[in-house]
Design a protein around this ligand. Structure first.
Ligand SMILES: [Zn+2]
Length: 319
């Protein structure tokens, strides 16, 4: 079975604390040529089939057929001018020590190892047999393959967050890993829907269970602890549309009532934050739409902050 601590520890770094690990490999080839002045960097997704072992072919096919990596790449290509190309490689040929999805320090290459996709798929295969389907996840989607592609979309959103931060040199006021998770939520909630968040929450919840008792090393990670990430994923989704999600997420017990009142404003802040960070880098074609969306996000944040202020005395006195 798949419950050994070693296995859990491997999967745990899923979203991906390997920056430190790979930071020393300056000689690693980064794919993609630098662009001439004025040219825009392009995101491309490459499947290096001859490096994929037979045991990993199924999980890779699931992800490839779903098109989730390409969908994210297309959105970035449409909306953001990158200074350099970004190559996303689904490949068995990875830098030393890489076992999960990683972004190179210059933000120009993302590696997605096939064995990592297989681990996700196998974990989710167990989950669908042992965990009751949350009402928000459609029955037709509650299977290992669909949950694999959806959670991979969220994880790739996290890597895309790293790539954007590094290529665009975005100012970062907190942990980079938090910002990368934030981009995954920002992108998927706005552009895809609830599926990737829910699948990632299901996957990470299982990973957290397999990790078991937290160690000092776990607390010292550059990522928040896994179970905390699950609640933050859920909080942003709930906060993006409480009318739709409060019942099936908070009343149903997936997101605690203590956290839920903070989520609409937290989402509004994240949404405004990312639109504002990306705004100077919008493509010509996206600029008008992007500027309007950023303005709307500010109005929404202002309204949510006022609404939150009104409830604050009540919330504090209930604690
Ligand atoms: Zn990361």
């Amino acid at each position: 079975m798949l419950s050994s601590g070693e296995y859990a520890a491997k999967l745990k770094t899923a979203c991906v604390g390997t920056l430190l690990l790979v930071a020393g490999f300056a000689a690693v080839s980064c794919g993609g040529e630098g662009n001439t002045a004025g040219a825009s960097g392009e995101v491309t997704v490459v499947y290096e089939d001859d490096t994929i072992k037979p045991k990993d072919r199924h999980a890779v096919e699931v992800v490839r057929k779903s098109g989730v990596l390409e969908q994210t790449a297309d959105w970035v290509n449409k909306s953001v001018d990158l200074p350099h190309d970004l190559v996303v490689k689904v490949t068995g040929k990875v830098p030393p020590g890489v076992t999960d999805a990683v972004t190179q320090p210059d933000g120009r290459t993302v590696f997605v190892p096939p064995a990592f996709l297989t681990q996700i798929q196998e974990t989710l295969r167990d989950v669908v047999k042992t965990v009751k389907r949350p009402a928000l996840v459609p029955e037709a989607q509650f299977n290992a393959d669909d949950l694999t592609s959806l959670s991979t979309q969220f994880i790739f959103g996290h890597e895309m967050g790293h790539a954007l931060q590094r290529q665009l040199l975005l100012a970062n006021l907190g942990l980079e890993e938090d910002a990368a998770d934030g981009f995954a939520s920002f992108y998927t909630v706005n552009q895809v829907g609830p599926g990737p968040t829910l699948a990632a929450a299901i996957l990470f919840d299982e990973i957290a269970r397999r990790e078991g008792k937290l160690t000092l090393e776990g607390f010292a990670s550059d990522h928040p602890v896994t179970q905390q990430r699950v609640f933050t994923f859920l909080c942003y989704l709930e906060g993006s549309d409480p009318k739709t999600f409060y019942g099936p997420m908070v009343d149903a017990g997936y997101l605690p009532k203590t956290r839920a009142p903070l989520c609409p404003q937290a989402w509004a802040m994240l949404d405004y934050g990312w639109w504002t960070q990306l705004q100077p880098h919008f493509t010509e074609a996206f600029k008008e739409q992007g500027d309007k969306t950023q303005e709307k996000a500010l109005d929404h944040l202002t309204a949510e902050t006022k609404a939150f202020e009104k409830q604050l005395d009540k919330l504090r006195s209930e604690q």
